[in-house]
Write a protein that binds this ligand. Structure first.
Ligand SMILES: [Zn+2]
Length: 282
């Protein structure tokens, strides 16, 4: 398939899968896969109210300072998140209800894929590589430049050029590092030689003054890391540590398509009856 045809086909799949997740309230309730104590329906509603308050206040202050464009963007996002409810889901990555719904749907589909892979490759182990290149650093006022799709294309190209051909199910993640946001990846994959894998990844991303541990490969013993890697950002922590950055961050998240966070290798994504399916490409 031609590259542009392939990207059109993948866009269409994303649109279909996106719709499929939003139409299934199963992913929005406490009966779906568990994401931890902070991610119950009740806690999400509390956070949503808090975030809306922050957005309205920031909009008001921006308007008072004559920053009308920023104020309007914040108001539009606030209205969108406020209107999100069963039957009319907003689908935004900035939404406390929709973001975890995508996280649950991915978790469920990926857990099924891993169960199959463990049977197909009994002598390999599943590890999670955390990759922190130095170039994806954003101060609060630089979040306009966040382009997750482009960052994912970059990491995929780098790994492909380094000869990685295996099935991988990674996700882009943002962390707040006391002054800036650091973009990085968590990429589960199979290996039969852990030390060789570490050596290959460390050769691509060597230690620097800025990033002391650019590559961390951890063994996995359960599927507990799966929802964690698809979280996108830790909003509960940011509400305690960096409320100031939240308006810009929420705008940046809203511009990012929830399925676009994923960086998958040799896998075909589809949706059926609201379930995500990841099928290895031979
Ligand atoms: Zn929503």
């Amino acid at each position: 398939m031609h590259a542009s045809q392939a990207s059109r086909a993948s866009f269409k799949t994303h649109v279909r899968v996106h719709k499929n997740v939003l139409e299934n309230e199963h992913w929005f309730g406490d009966s779906g896969p568990k994401l931890g104590r902070q991610f119950t329906v009740a806690k999400a509603k509390e956070r949503k109210t808090e975030l809306l308050k922050i957005l309205w206040q920031a909009a008001k202050s921006a308007r008072n300072h004559g920053n009308l464009k920023f104020a309007t963007s914040l108001e539009i996002l606030g209205d969108k998140l406020d209107a999100c409810s069963a039957g009319t889901r907003c689908g935004s990555l900035a939404c406390e209800e929709c973001r975890p719904a995508f996280q649950r749907a991915k978790f469920s589909g990926q857990a099924r894929l891993l169960a199959t892979l463990k049977v197909d490759y009994p002598h390999k182990q599943v590890v999670m590589a955390t990759i922190i290149p130095r170039r994806f650093i954003y101060r609060i006022d630089e979040l306009d430049a966040l382009d997750v799709a482009a960052a994912n294309r970059w990491v995929k190209d780098v790994l492909t050029r380094a000869g990685f051909r295996r099935v991988m199910l990674g996700s882009f993640d943002l962390s707040w590092e006391d002054g800036f946001y650091q973009g990085h990846w968590h990429i589960p994959m199979l290996t039969s030689d852990l030390e060789e894998l570490k050596r290959r990844l460390k050769a691509i991303w060597p230690v620097s003054d800025i990033v002391k541990r650019p590559v961390v490969v951890s063994c996995t013993y359960s599927n507990g890391y799966l929802p964690y890697k698809d979280k996108a950002i830790k909003i509960p922590e940011l509400l305690r540590q960096n409320r100031r950055g939240l308006p810009n961050l929420l705008l940046a998240l809203d511009r990012t398509e929830p399925l676009e966070l994923m960086v998958i290798f040799r896998l075909r994504l589809s949706a059926q009856h609201g379930e995500l399916h990841f099928k290895p490409i031979p």
